[in-house]
Design a protein around this ligand. Structure first.
Ligand SMILES: [Zn+2]
Length: 669
């Protein structure tokens, strides 16, 4: 029943009109300080214009908790209006940004106690320990009405171009009267009982409890944005998403990145506190997944690296901004410059060369489609149903991505929504890393892909559960055995059936069983071997850890590379110790190959990751690029313009010095 309700909620939304949002490409933040005079505001707007910023997200500071600031709201609106006016004169759009539900204000808490989210254990208003705040419940109808009016008043009076409304999640679950009523009407039964029964990860009750919270989060967001489209149709809805590969949102508080994408025009991916440069492997894998989830929905997606664990606002490495801008661009994500504590770009800061570069080369960053012939499925359904947090699906999926990235094998992310729309036509290899939860329809898409000649590389308990997390081996066992050439042993999301019974034609790389299916073939490993090739993100000040099995990483990349007919380019590194991030996109008859220097991010095990995190651009080295046939021409457009070069009448194989920092090789096919 709940799944039906959710699809009704989302289908009722009016976003993703098909046109990606115009403008809104280069963002920064702006704390609104009511004391600032007009000259100061003009000076800051001018600094933004000098950096080619074209939209700004205002708010922050005390105002981030909207309800704490109600006594000062008129002053805030007056200041915001001046900012809007100064920005608009320079072609910069403005989005109002606040936390819709969080409050640290005692008066608010006393006065509106009946609107607060309540803890299941104590029945007291629940506190978010990270922020030491209370939160209003987005299910409370009186709160909704109050908040909608407030948001409308601010956005209309300040004249902003959009609203970014944060934090409407159920951090601890909530047992307030509104939630209890809603549970009994929509699900049936008692919410406290349901909560108690939901405490065992993997149980049917756990799955249902999490699913209902995700549904309620999506419902609030859809209600808010639909209302805003009716009342202020020329403004955009901006949403906030956390890590798309982590179950943090979907299993902890209901705020899933997919719902954030479904209920907005622009979705901001917040990267919270890691050492970005040293975490490039996992972050780049996530960027690919987030970009694909946005692409299939026709949403604009923005990368926002952000730290509030730093000691000081001004202690950050500007080159790390450059690095993260380039990582975002490599996966066609827009960028928001936050600096630490969402300080944004201030008037004392130098112009940002990467934004100027982006403005100077709009064609390089215009819409383009992923071009790789190899896909890795990231399944948000498996992520949400993973009873072992990230271990069953996220870790293997990220490990595959990291292995291919390291060896410069072009790959693209595939999500459930990609499967729903039909797989890309040029796809030749599809990797399914322990995708243990899969719908019948999506399994059908996979079977058809292999039947028509595709190569499937699968590990673990492929499709052993339905998309609702129910054991499906008893009904699908025969079907899976015909596809994989082996029996899927178990429906446990985590164990990855160690002892699958198999009757393969032959074994590949000792680890994979090879099997023919229709015109295609299947390489299947019953155990989830790729976990040993996973590197997690790094935190500033911690010891660097890279205990990946490198032999295994290379082996995974080799298995895919061997099947590389159909890839738009083969990229070989001439120095196996140095790393670049490469991505390949197609734009009409051009290939865009993004190349980002990551070499300096490899530290020896146990060395301390610098805090604040600092970028060390490693030495450039030669890449050999081989195309299916000789391109008509190629040119490197580098962030460091002195590296720009053209290749006239290139051969099929082209040797390219990797850029010092970042560049795009534009290849005319
Ligand atoms: Zn509630």
């Amino acid at each position: 029943m709940t799944a039906l309700l959710l699809s009704a909620v989302v289908a009722g939304c009016c976003f993703g009109s098909g046109e990606p949002v115009r403008g809104f490409r280069r963002a920064t933040f702006w704390f609104v300080e009511p004391g600032r005079n007009t000259d100061e505001i003009e000076a800051r707007a001018e600094a933004l214009a000098r950096s080619a910023v074209d939209w700004v997200i205002i708010g922050g500071g005390r105002h981030h908790y909207l309800h704490d600031d109600l006594p000062f709201l008129d002053d805030y609106i007056t200041a915001a209006k001046r900012i809007v006016s100064a920005c608009r004169a320079r072609g910069i759009k403005v989005v109002e940004h606040h936390s819709a539900v969080l409050t640290a204000d005692d008066g608010c808490v006393r006065e509106r106690a009946d609107w607060l989210q309540r803890d299941f254990e104590t029945n007291e208003p629940s506190v978010w320990p990270e922020y030491r705040t209370f939160a209003f419940c987005p299910n409370n109808p009186a709160f909704r009405e109050h908040y909608f009016g407030l948001a409308e008043r601010i956005t209309a009076a300040a004249g902003v171009d959009g609203l970014m409304s944060d934090d409407t999640v159920f951090h601890h679950g909530c047992r307030c009267a509104a939630c209890a009523r809603r549970w009994s009407e929509e699900v049936g039964g008692d919410i406290e009982e349901a909560y108690k029964n939901s405490r065992t990860p993997g149980s049917a009750e756990w799955r249902r409890f999490n699913e209902v919270r995700r549904m309620w989060y999506a419902d609030f967001r859809a209600w808010l944005c639909r209302g805003r489209k009716e009342r202020q149709p020329n403004t955009v809805c901006v949403s906030l998403a956390g890590s798309i590969t982590s179950p943090w949102g979907s299993q902890t508080h209901g705020g899933s990145p997919e719902a954030a994408l479904d209920t907005s025009d622009i979705c901001v991916w917040e990267i919270y506190n890691p050492a970005d440069f040293y975490s490039w492997r996992r972050l780049a894998a996530e960027a690919a997944v987030f970009a694909e989830a946005a692409r299939v929905r026709k949403r604009a997606a923005v990368c926002l690296p952000y730290a509030d664990s730093a000691e000081r606002r001004d202690r950050a490495d500007e080159q790390e901004e450059v690095f993260m801008w380039a990582l975002a661009q490599s996966h066609r994500l827009r960028f928001a410059l936050s600096r630490v504590f969402l300080t944004g770009l201030t008037e004392d800061q130098p112009p940002r060369e990467y934004f100027l570069f982006e403005r100077e080369h709009p064609d390089l960053f215009a819409d383009a489609e992923p071009a790789a012939a190899v896909g890795i499925i990231f399944s948000h359904v498996s992520r949400d149903l993973d009873p072992h947090w990230e271990s069953s699906h996220t870790v293997p999926a990220v490990a595959w991505a990291e292995a291919l990235q390291d060896e410069c094998v072009p790959w693209r992310a595939i999500t459930e929504e990609t499967l729903g729309r039909g797989l890309p036509r040029n796809l030749r290899v599809l990797v399914m890393p322990n995708v243990f939860a899969l719908s019948d329809a999506h399994l059908g898409v996979i079977e058809e892909f292999v039947r028509r000649g595709g190569t499937l590389v699968a590990t673990g308990n492929l499709a052993a559960c339905s998309e609702r997390g129910e054991n499906a081996v008893s009904v699908r066992g025969g079907r899976l055995e015909r596809l994989l050439g082996a029996r899927v042993a178990s429906a446990d999301g985590a164990s990855g059936g160690q002892e699958a019974e198999s009757h393969p034609t032959r074994r590949v790389e000792p680890r994979f069983l090879e099997h023919g299916f229709g015109l295609g073939r299947v390489l299947y490993s019953p155990s989830v071997i790729e976990r040993d090739a996973f590197q997690d993100w790094m935190n500033p000040g911690e010891q660097y850890r890279d205990d990946r099995n490198r032999t295994l990483s290379r082996e995974l990349a080799e298995i895919v590379r061997r099947d590389s007919r159909g890839q738009p380019v083969d990229i070989a590194r001439t120095n196996p110790d140095l790393h670049v991030l490469t991505t390949v996109h197609k734009q009409g008859r051009r290939l865009l190959i993004s190349i980002l220097n990551c070499s300096g991010a490899d530290l020896s095990n146990g060395r301390r990751v610098p805090a604040p995190s600092r970028v060390v651009w490693g030495p450039p080295f030669d890449l050999e690029l081989t195309f299916p046939k000789a391109p008509r021409g190629a040119r490197l457009v580098s962030l460091d313009a002195r590296e720009d070069r053209s290749f006239v009448n290139p051969d099929r194989t082209l040797t390219l010095r990797s850029p010092r920092r970042f560049g795009v090789l534009v290849v005319d096919l």
